[in-house]
Design a protein around this ligand. Structure first.
Ligand SMILES: N[C@@H](CCC(=O)N[C@@H](CS)C(=O)NCC(=O)O)C(=O)O
Length: 249
């Protein structure tokens, strides 16, 4: 008997590390999806229809037309999306409590540590020099976040000495962290200093689903680090200096 056709999951997306987590997971899990670009450099994350599914004005977000009880569901926050997709498919997210706790620990570690700290390192190293005239004003931020990302890579290094993947087997925890190691150089890190992280990264980077996930929306934006000063300054207008007033309706 043929499988019932599934309506594709709508993926609200822009090609950045947080976006890649989900394009990679959808590819790995073999779920049909349709990518809906959200150009965060042009302020599309503030459109009311997007805020209705992602109130924090950040991508990624998904709408699954085949949610619980066959009804649609929307999910924002990449960690919550990974956990949802893992539960939905039973893939890359163990169902036994001990296994799941291990994966959750590393997903939370990425969400609260590796992602935000790398984001700040990239802000101070890549963007701020184009936005602030006096380099002295950004030195403290550059050092603080570069060091913190370095510490976090050290945490991964110790873990990956013990287990082949962050939580044992390849899981959504690796899909969450891998995109943030892809940009290691931008965050001031040298993977040669972290041989176990480097080996883990190369293993994941070669997976066909990861190659496919990384390619989603590739043509939409130049990778960070290859953008012109003008592009960065233009994007900065919608990305930085946000206050509560921005989304006040
Ligand atoms: N904690 C969020 C972070 C998402 C996030 O920071 N997304 C960025 C791009 S990587 C974004 O949409 N930025 C738009 C903005 O800053 O207005 C998640 O993991 O989903």
């Amino acid at each position: 008997m043929s499988q019932p056709t599934q309506n594709p999951i709508e993926l609200y997306y822009w090609p950045t590390p947080n976006g890649w987590k989900i394009s990679i997971a959808l590819e790995e899990m073999g779920l049909p999806y349709e990518m809906k670009p959200v150009n965060i450099g042009k302020g599309e994350q503030f459109e009311p229809a997007f805020l209705a599914i992602s109130p924090n004005n950040r991508m990624p977000a998904i709408i699954d037309p085949n949610g619980p009880d066959g009804q649609p569901i929307s999910v924002f926050e990449s960690g919550a999306i990974l956990q949802y997709l893992g539960r939905k498919t039973g893939k890359f997210y163990p169902s036994d409590e001990r296994g799941r706790v291990k994966v959750d620990e590393w997903v939370m570690w990425q969400m609260a540590g590796l992602g935000p700290m790398s984001g700040q390192a990239s802000h101070f190293r890549l963007y701020a020099p184009n936005l602030v005239d006096d380099p002295k004003l950004i030195e403290y931020g550059q050092t603080r976040y570069t060091n913190e990302v370095n510490r976090l890579y050290g945490v991964m290094e110790r873990q990956l000495k013990e287990t082949p993947f962050l939580a044992g087997d390849y899981s959504i925890a690796d899909m969450a962290s891998y995109p943030w190691v892809r940009g290691a150089k931008l965050f001031g890190q040298n993977l040669d200093d972290f041989p176990h992280v480097k080996a883990w990264f190369e293993k994941i980077d070669a997976r066909p689903a990861v190659i496919a996930g990384n390619a989603v929306g590739e043509a939409l934006r130049k990778p960070a680090g290859e953008q012109s000063k003008e592009d960065m300054k233009a994007a900065a207008k919608s990305l930085f200096g946000q206050t509560a007033a921005v989304t006040k309706t």
